[in-house]
Design a protein around this ligand. Structure first.
Ligand code: NAD
Length: 443
């Protein structure tokens, strides 16, 4: 099948590469010329395990092409995937400018029946707005062609995006058209062999399903963070509590790790957009708004622990930071807890020596001109001579630490662990003060 994918970010590029890999003929369109130029040179501008190889082999085989020329993209195929960004507006609602821009281009160049598949995360009702935008642009030039707009939200996770796309737990298709359902069934068939994972529903329910999934995940995290804060005050260990409750199959072990807050490009923005949409519909989503508030507060927890360790005065201190990405196996720093911590530390007059296995480029992009940020080339370089070590991301590289070395090389024996990576007793045996999340006072 031929398909055009609009947007070459985490979702668009993974979708395009995985579809090309099973033999579909794909053109990727992006408005970012530099990004398209990079892709044409065979380089992937984001870090996602396996993506570089997948893009290179399919581009070489001629099944994956890149362009900034949107009209070409519209004429190339009869199946379009929209995977452009839907960032948050100031008021929390989703900014749909990019979506409507693609819709207008489609309307301006549509020349026969097309299926428009929305993969971006968009508020309920967006498909009909997209339909209206295409109609308007098409009619403005006196054309009249049939098309369908459907919702096919994406559930991949950064860091395991290819695995998630190629082995989906479900493929949600929101449409009332049998043609659309059948087309997507055929398109995804190579990744839908084991048992039928396609769940079809009306378009509004499909749009809401994506937000509902993220809201559930965010709620689990904030719930655990709240419990961790309680455990800390009551002298209990949240890690034991986590194992204790996870063993109940109704609860399960997944996604119940306490920490320094959720970040990334999805959970925070989708929580705000859903709460905003609810408010617009005359309903206050008390739980969702609280989940987000709890998370925002949690992002300050490492800073408060550092303040506590240094009697409220961090001026002139140097803090080593392990992990900048919002989670392991990605370079994405959007809404990462590390950013809140760094910005608070700078505000308090402290310097940061940071290391991340993949996100150093992103850190340069965001904070390259900050004099109070040192870009370390290894975890050890970051920690050597620092007053304390803070851990923000649970990269594999950080899961085993040489506490003897840290004790000898940190200027003060302080570790603040936002991911509960270490055994408190073991860390403390080395004479280090260990502040974790919900695991009692450092002793
Ligand atoms: P991204 O920011 O990584 O990439 C978006 C791309 O769209 C950029 O390259 C941008 O230049 C391009 N773009 C913007 N306007 C365009 C236009 N008019 N035409 C063509 N290209 C255009 O975004 P992402 O992380 O891939 O997310 C895309 C959507 O998918 C969002 O709605 C997001 O919420 C959703 N989503 C993201 C993830 C994730 O893990 N990142 C997972 C599931 C769903």
């Amino acid at each position: 099948m031929k398909a055009t994918v609009f947007g070459t970010g985490y979702v668009g590029l993974v979708t395009a590469a995985c579809l090309a890999d099973v033999g579909h003929d794909i053109v990727c369109i992006d408005v970012d010329e530099e990004r398209i130029e990079t892709l044409r040179r065979g380089k992937v501008p984001i870090f996602e395990p396996g993506l570089q190889e997948l893009v290179a082999s399919n581009a070489q085989a001629g099944r994956l092409r890149f362009s900034t020329n949107t009209p070409i993209g519209v004429r190339f195929a009869d199946l379009f995937f929209i995977a452009v960004g839907t960032p948050p507006r100031e008021d929390g609602s989703a900014d749909l400018t990019n979506i409507f821009s693609v819709a207008r281009t489609i309307g301006e160049h549509i020349d026969c029946y097309k299926i428009v598949v929305d993969k971006s995360t968009v508020p309920v009702g967006t498909a009909s707005l997209v339909e209206g935008t295409i109609q308007q642009a098409m009619r403005a030039r006196g054309a009249d062609h049939r098309f369908d707009v459907c919702s096919n939200p994406e559930f991949l996770k950064e860091g395991s995006a290819i695995e998630d796309f190629t082995k989906p737990a479900r493929i949600i298709v929101g449409t009332d058209s049998e043609t659309v359902r059948k087309t997507l069934q055929d398109c995804y068939a190579p990744y839908n062999r084991n048992h039928d994972k396609l769940i079809s529903m009306d378009v509004r329910s499909a749009e809401l399903t994506k937000y509902a999934a993220n809201a559930m995940l965010a709620t689990k995290i904030s719930f655990m963070n709240e419990l961790a804060n309680i455990a800390e005050r009551l002298g209990a260990d949240i890690e034991d509590v986590r194992k204790g409750i996870g063993s109940d199959p109704r609860i399960g072990y997944q996604f119940i790790y306490p920490g320094c807050g959720y970040g990334g490009s999805c959970l925070p923005k989708d929580m705000r957009a859903l709460a905003h949409a609810a408010r617009d519909a005359g309903f206050t989503a008390e739980l969702l708004e609280t989940v987000e508030r709890v998370n925002n507060a949690q992002k300050h927890t490492l800073f408060h622990k550092l303040e506590q360790a240094f009697d409220g005065d961090l001026r002139g201190r140097r803090i080593a930071l392990w992990g900048l990405a919002f989670k392991p196996n990605t370079d994405d720093m959007r809404e990462a807890p590390s950013r809140v911590l760094m910005e608070e530390l700078w505000e308090a007059g402290a310097n940061v020596a940071a290391f991340d296995p993949e996100a150093m480029g992103e850190a340069h992009r965001h904070y390259g001109n900050r004099p109070m940020l040192i870009f370390a080339s290894s975890p050890q370089e970051a920690a050597k001579g620092a007053d304390a070590l803070a851990v923000c991301t649970e990269w594999k590289q950080f899961r085993i630490a040489d506490f003897g070395w840290l004790k000898a090389n940190l200027r003060n024996p302080v570790i603040v662990d936002g991911r509960n990576l270490y055994d408190p007793a073991q860390v403390r045996r080395h004479g280090l003060l260990y502040y974790a999340i919900g695991r009692g006072e450092p002793a």
